[in-house]
Design a protein around this ligand. Structure first.
Ligand SMILES: [Zn+2]
Length: 236
């Protein structure tokens, strides 16, 4: 789905990832669920771009619902996968601390897990080779993505600022739709390792200048990072 020139979303408000298409090539941010592979192929076909135009995949963190087709893309298309060093172990092994589930409603929770099953979440492959990146890095990929460390949801959670499309991709540093309660609007994301640290990290996001804030779950936010950071704090 096209959000703006050069800016596309794969998936939906339940699980989303993003594609930035520029003349010099394509950068992906997150890899959703394994079944989103087909959504990726469809989007590329609509753009008239081959898979070989993808220069890199940047993961906002290592959780399974963000790495779906990453290993397939790496293996079949040779696309390098970038992740913050502090989540490299998680993406290679799937190991993560157990977090309390928090509030949930039956309908939205079932909807989340049913969508996962439809999109093959149970067959998510770990990513066997990654390129580890650090806070502040500017990646040599189309759009020159900037890595912004936002520890909290996981130790290596990042926001990815792509000035070329005026967007900040935030993974689960926050959400605009709680996958377990169905509540919409800017708010903290569930399954967060360190909730207080995640709130502190919003200061990092608030310092970014962009017109879009794009989460891994929920509707795109058309507005500034500082406004959404304030809205998340207000609802925490
Ligand atoms: Zn997630």
């Amino acid at each position: 789905m096209k959000l703006a020139p050069h800016l596309h979303r794969l998936g939906n408000d339940i699980v989303a990832s993003y594609l930035v298409d520029l003349p010099e090539g394509i950068t992906l941010i997150d890899a959703g669920l394994p079944g989103h592979w087909h959504d990726l192929r469809r989007e590329l076909a609509e753009l008239g771009r081959p898979m070989s135009d993808i220069r890199g995949l940047v993961l906002t963190h290592g959780d399974s619902d963000h790495i779906g087709f990453a290993e397939r893309l790496r293996r079949e298309a040779g696309v390098p996968v970038f992740i913050h060093a502090d989540d490299a172990h998680r993406v290679r092994t799937g190991e993560k601390p157990k977090t309390p589930m928090g509030p949930a409603r039956l309908g939205p929770t079932l909807g989340f897990f049913a969508y996962g099953i439809r999109k093959n979440a149970l067959r998510t492959a770990h990513v066997s080779e990654v390129i580890e990146v650090a806070d502040g890095a500017v990646l040599d990929l189309p759009g020159a993505p900037v890595v912004i460390g936002m520890p909290g949801h996981s130790p290596g959670s990042i926001a990815v600022h792509v000035p070329a499309v005026d967007a900040a991709f935030v993974g689960d540093a926050l959400t605009t739709r709680h996958v377990l309660t169905g509540r919409t609007g800017a708010q903290p994301a569930p399954f967060t390792d360190e909730p207080a640290e995640a709130i502190d990290s919003l200061d990092r996001l608030a310092a970014v200048s962009a017109s879009w804030v794009l989460p891994g779950h929920g509707a795109p936010w058309r507005g500034s990072p500082s406004d959404i950071a304030a809205a998340v704090r207000a609802s925490a």
